[in-house]
Design a protein around this ligand. Sequence first.
Ligand SMILES: Cc1cc2nc3c(=O)[nH]c(=O)nc-3n(C[C@H](O)[C@H](O)[C@H](O)COP(=O)(O)OP(=O)(O)OC[C@H]3O[C@@H](n4cnc5c(N)ncnc54)[C@H](O)[C@@H]3O)c2cc1C
Length: 439
Amino acid sequence: MMSTSFVAMTSRGRGTADKELQTVHREVVVVGGGFAGLALADRLGRDDVEVLLIDRNNYHQFKPLNYQVATSQLGISEVGYPLRGIFRRHDSVKVAVGEVVAIDPDARSVTLADGTVCTARILVLGVGVDANFFGVPGAEEHCYPMYTLEDAERLSRRLISELDRVDSPLGITSDIDVVIVGGGPTGVELAGAIAENLRVVIAPRYDGGIASKVTVHLVDHGDALLKPFSDASHSYARRELEQLGVQLHFGTSVTSVSADGVELGDGSRIDSDTVVWAGGQRPPSLIADSSLPVGHGGRINVNDDLTVTGHDGVYALGDIALIPDIHGRGGETTSLPQLGSVAQQSGQHAARNILADLAGRDRSRFKYRDKGIMAMIGRGAAVAEIGRGRRHIQGHVAFLAWLGVHVMLLPSAWQRLAAVSSWVTDYGTSLRPRRVNVG
Ligand SMILES: Cc1cc2nc3c(=O)[nH]c(=O)nc-3n(C[C@H](O)[C@H](O)[C@H](O)COP(=O)(O)OP(=O)(O)OC[C@H]3O[C@@H](n4cnc5c(N)ncnc54)[C@H](O)[C@@H]3O)c2cc1C
């Protein structure tokens, strides 16, 4: 496809940085190299469409496995992979690392933090979502959020230093309490993995005592774990976490967080200097600050062909988009959940529609193929609900299915190989934690 890119330079006013303002034009500009942006750029790259993919990081992160980085099961390079490496075989896809600070949907342009303006014939937004602390006092300041690979690495360092305190011949000088806020898949997976580190990997090496000194708490304002799953999965997850010694606090919320603990809505308090926030997400302020139309939860309103309502040349995909579920139950139109599979399929479908745009053909409606949902609780313990009918499986079969699905979704063969080798060592032995704390 013929290139339409150009670069224009204009000098900045007196008193600003020496750098010149730059305007770059590309056929398709994609913001966000997550599941959605990656799937879209890959499909367009195969048809030689000129794409500029912008991300604040030089890597794609596989968010569903971030908790395994936080708990020393996988290393960073098994979960994050360089975007340039992913697109090395697509000459027409160029990757730019930069922070997008403004979006102009009318001009189909974005502005980067260094002042560069990127304009496009078709603009695609796949910026994902950020942690939502719901204004809980102290939460943003003191919690360890669990949304990005950077968060996972920071939490990993914290947990390793806590485990160093526990796993010591000198004995534990004070109790250790880890609090996890939120009983969704991320909270459950984290609670299971941290408790397993203590109970299965560390405690057997000592005469006892450790189990009573270290407690993992999970707080959720609802009355069940894994809310989007079935009752069978709720009960299974609860039983498995309780067996690992996790203390569950249902029906109460965290009302404030300080450097040494959390206050709960029922008036109780848990002393802890490691509070993990897995309690909710929201669109970045970048979206609210633009003139994009937003709906429920501040997500961008899109039509059923994934274009932004009222903006024909702009697409929004994945977590950031309020995508209509055209199969909505009872005939009503609902929106699709914020899942990796929705993001990936929306990226693939938007690419097909962009190819149609460029060829002057009609776009088609996005129909999500729902293959089900799954969550890991610990070694040999997982739940999966298969297909739209949500056929429930649990235990070892679900555990193996979880490993298989996640390994297949990793974007490179190298990562797949590395993850399988880590899991064989990890789940087949008691060698965790094997990571070092640097810095
Ligand atoms: C901890 C965790 C666990 C999860 N587990 C599961 C699971 O088990 N199964 C499942 O289906 N889903 C899971 N999800 C949800 C799934 O990860 C998301 O639905 C999916 O990542 C959404 O893809 P996306 O492309 O919309 O956004 P993301 O994958 O979030 O990607 C957004 C990209 O945009 C970039 N970006 C954002 N803002 C800017 C900016 N201003 N400038 C430049 N770049 C920017 C980011 O760096 C990122 O690369 C999980 C999510 C989290 C956080």
